[in-house]
Write a protein that binds this ligand. Structure first.
Ligand code: ADP
Ligand code: MG
Length: 389
């Protein structure tokens, strides 16, 4: 897969809507989270990789203080807003993400006072609303494009932080930092072991092909209405539980603290806590396996078991899976996957399966027999946000 076709689409959209050629093209990828789900707002561990599906922003500077945005996926004509009108809640719809990034970069002083606005056209290969972080890809491509046309510099860390801030404070979605960190920092052939308390990032080679493996992404193409309220509810439960248990974040607990937590919390809150604590532990175990060498033999079995245990915990303790995700995970395992789990926030979206290359067809067949609408592709760990041209 290459960025080229998406870049051409973005450039073509730019020319047809705004006339003239863009000043540059900036790309940011979607991601899959290998393991570590719902831990990023608990100051815990995550292990995502950027995938080789990108959102490309074609952009050029303006001089009149106006921001214009159009997307191949947005429908209709360009949305226009004056920079001095940017305020959370305005505009609504998909443009709140890029508008929020302009607002966040302006507020942080990344864009100079003299910034005159921009025209931006987006094209994307990241499936929208499928748990693969099209929103972070949109935000990170916007952040680079705006900094680029303004002649300003932005580091990957600033980009991730301000993109998350835009999604939280402007678009109104209380996401953790996982998606934006993955899109900003992704590296070719690597996973990112991120401590979301310190934002320290360790890059681990993830050469699945060398071990005869691949990571299948299974998009269920469903997204349930309870996703937003469910997410908010889990977050609130975690924050309250941390308070009751006297820790800054659930990350500060270990499995040795679970009996005490069970005594102090109601049954549901306890299961939420148990998911977060055991999930942090699974991320560390998974990273330990990567440290030991390629995923073959007993290491492969252990890695697969961790993925599947993560799914079971998300399904039973955290209750953020859904019938379609459970169906494709079970089918992938029956078809011979070493391990499988939902990835992303849940309530629909995508699952991943760790599969030997010679089992890809069998696993895909089993998944499609169980959920014919599923869309399956092989994830390739790819470079994070960058200027493409
Ligand atoms: P995910 O990030 O998992 O794909 P989200 O619900 O977080 O799902 O983000 C999806 C939303 O982001 C879409 O509903 C849309 O508003 C916006 N979005 C993402 N990519 C694009 C794009 N290329 N063009 C227009 N809007 C987009
Ligand atoms: Mg998102």
């Amino acid at each position: 897969m290459t960025i080229e076709p998406t870049a051409q689409q973005a450039a073509a959209l730019f020319e047809s809507v705004y006339g003239g050629a863009p000043a540059g093209l900036w790309a940011a990828p979607g991601r899959v989270n290998v393991i570590g789900e719902h831990t990023d707002y608990n100051a815990g561990f995550v292990l995502p990789m950027a995938i080789d599906k990108y959102t490309v922003a074609a952009a050029a500077p303006r001089r009149d203080g106006v921001l214009r945005m159009v997307s191949t996926a947005g429908g209709g004509s360009a949305v226009e807003i004056a920079l001095d009108q940017l305020t959370p809640g305005n505009p609504r719809g998909w443009t709140r993400y890029p508008a929020g990034v302009a607002w966040a970069l302006g507020g942080a002083g990344v864009l100079p006072q003299t910034f005159g606005g921009a025209d931006i056209a987006f094209a994307s290969e990241v499936p929208v609303g499928s748990g693969l972080s099209s929103s972070a890809a949109l935000e990170c491509s916007t952040g680079l494009a705006l900094a680029g046309v303004a002649g300003a510099n932005i580091s990957p860390a600033e980009l991730a932080r301000l993109a998350q801030y835009a999604e939280n404070a402007y678009a109104g979605i209380p996401c953790g930092p996982l998606d934006q960190l993955a899109s900003a920092f992704g590296a070719d052939g690597a996973v990112l072991f991120i401590d979301t308390r310190t934002f320290s990032i360790n890059v681990y080679p993830f050469d699945l092909a060398d071990a005869g493996l691949t990571l299948l992404v299974i998009n269920t193409r469903v997204s349930h209405d309870n996703a937003e309220s469910g997410y908010q509810d889990r977050r609130t439960t975690c924050e309250k539980a941390a308070e009751v248990l006297g820790v800054a974040a659930l990350r500060d607990l270990t499995s040795a603290d679970l009996p005490q937590a069970r005594a102090q919390l109601d049954e549901k809150a306890f299961r939420r806590v148990r998911h977060v604590v055991t999930e942090d532990d699974r991320v560390e175990r998974f990273v330990n396996l990567l440290n030991l060498g390629p995923l073959t033999g007993p290491r492969l079995n252990a890695a697969g078991e961790l993925l599947t245990a993560s799914h079971v915990s998300l399904r039973d303790d955290y209750e953020v899976s859904c019938a379609e995700l459970d169906t494709v995970v079970d089918a992938a395992l029956r078809g011979g996957a070493h391990g499988a789990r939902m990835t992303g926030g849940g309530f629909g979206g995508s699952a991943i399966a760790l599969v030997s290359q010679d089992r890809v067809d069998k696993v895909s067949e089993a998944v499609l027999a169980a959920l014919p609408q599923a869309e399956i592709f092989q994830a390739v760990a790819a470079r994070g946000a960058h200027r493409f041209a």
